[in-house]
Design a protein around this ligand. Structure first.
Ligand SMILES: *Cc1c(COP(=O)(O)O)cnc(C)c1O
Length: 388
């Protein structure tokens, strides 16, 4: 039997970390003590009160059946309560919230609700790869918005050609940003709302990192911008805020027609989030938020160790105000991939080459703050002793 993959799969961009993965496996085999700053997956455990809530809910047979498609009423209410408390935004739990099996799931599925073959979506470069892949799976085309240092890693919406705009249905933005760690102000969000209204484009704002911020800085919700709820939706994740990447729960809020259409796609594909996990999500969103402060305090310490250390060694980095990523300019004489290979082979440190997030990420590497301060000190020491 001959197995042939669909054009859909064949047309995906090549996996550019293959060579780096191969080198990493070789180094591990040789017994090298690897410091892995490559992955954006929290190393700290889920807070105990959230695990407790899951334990109790898992024992309740009510929770063993198919959940409601749009999410449990109580979970959706916890989401709107959290929004009110955190952003002072009023949302209707029945019409303006949908529960997701992690925000990645909703991000990947939303293009299926709006993109016809040939339609355009605006996607940032560098950016979280799922935006582009979701659009391509739906048969859409991508127009890349480069995120450049001179624009504070915000996209320039003025330079998009008119013929592209006329065929554009969706756009994805993400602040605080992965991988650049850049943040957006209300002025930018307001610009996006006006642009979306003028051009009839649905905005999908990925807000996975709004709760992970430092020095007292509180990132904004796109929903705080005037008119945002009439042009788009915002994706949130419990993954990074509460160290819950493995639990698979997130949500989207915003324009009712968009939320409804995303829910319609989902009701034909999945059957929602295990209710016991939703109960744990309620405990996370409605419970004491001291755990979030503690998590941020730890990342802030880590950021200071890594970023101050690397700046002292002469590397160029803007100190992140939010996210657990550092976006580091590669020194002269290296490409992103060459510098990542150099670090791996000479220091045992794994970093992600910036071009893996899109061509405009060339010239950078990303290091995640997902190991403890001791290991980060060790990482800085190793780079100091080997040089670059
Ligand atoms: C981690 C991450 C997500 C995915 O989060 P889940 O809710 O775990 O699916 C979405 N967007 C960005 C930018 C991320 O870094």
């Amino acid at each position: 039997m001959k197995i042939e993959k669909s054009e859909r799969l064949k047309s995906l961009p090549p996996y550019i970390f293959k060579e780096l993965d191969r080198l990493k496996t070789e180094e591990i085999k040789k017994g090298v003590d690897i410091i892995d700053l490559g992955v954006g997956d929290p190393d700290m455990p889920t807070p105990a009160h959230i695990i407790k809530a899951l334990e109790t809910a898992a024992n309740d047979p009510h929770n063993h059946q198919y959940p409601s498609y749009s999410g449990m009423d109580d979970f959706n209410k916890a989401v709107t309560g959290w929004y009110k408390h955190r952003f002072n935004v009023d949302l209707d739990p029945e019409k303006e919230v949908v529960t997701l099996i992690g925000s990645k799931e909703g991000i990947a599925h939303v293009p299926l609700a709006f993109i016809n073959p040939g339609d355009f979506a605006l996607v940032t470069s560098p950016g979280y790869p799922v935006y582009e892949i979701g659009v391509k799976f739906a048969g859409g085309q991508i127009y890349l918005l480069d995120l450049l240092k001179e624009n504070h890693f915000l996209p320039d919406l003025e330079i998009i050609p008119d013929d592209v705009l006329q065929q554009t249905k969706l756009m994805f933005i993400n602040y605080p940003n992965n991988p650049t760690s850049a943040v957006a102000d209300n002025e930018f969000f307001q610009k996006v709302v006006n642009f979306a209204e003028e051009n009839n484009i649905i905005v999908c704002h990925d807000a996975a990192y709004t709760e992970l911020a430092f020095d007292g800085y509180k990132p904004l919700s796109f929903m705080e911008a005037g008119g945002a709820r009439d042009v788009g939706i915002e994706f949130h994740s419990l993954s990074k805020t509460y160290n819950m990447t493995g639990w698979r729960i997130g949500f989207a809020v915003g324009k009712p027609e968009v939320i409804q259409a995303l829910g319609q796609v989902k009701s034909n594909i999945d059957s929602g989030v295990f209710q016991a996990v939703q109960v744990a999500g309620i405990a996370a969103l409605s419970g004491d938020q001291t755990c979030v402060e503690n998590i941020n305090a730890e990342y802030e310490k880590r950021r200071d160790v890594l970023v101050n250390g690397l700046i002292e060694l002469g590397l160029s980095i803007e100190k992140p105000k939010a996210t657990f990523y550092t976006w580091i300019e590669v020194p002269d004489g290296y490409t992103s991939s060459e510098f990542a290979s150099h670090l791996l082979l000479n220091t045992g440190i794994v970093a992600t080459p910036g071009n893996g997030f899109g061509s405009a990420g060339e010239g950078y590497i990303r290091m995640a703050l997902t190991v403890n301060t001791e290991r980060l000190k060790e990482a800085v020491d190793r780079i100091r002793s080997k040089g670059f």
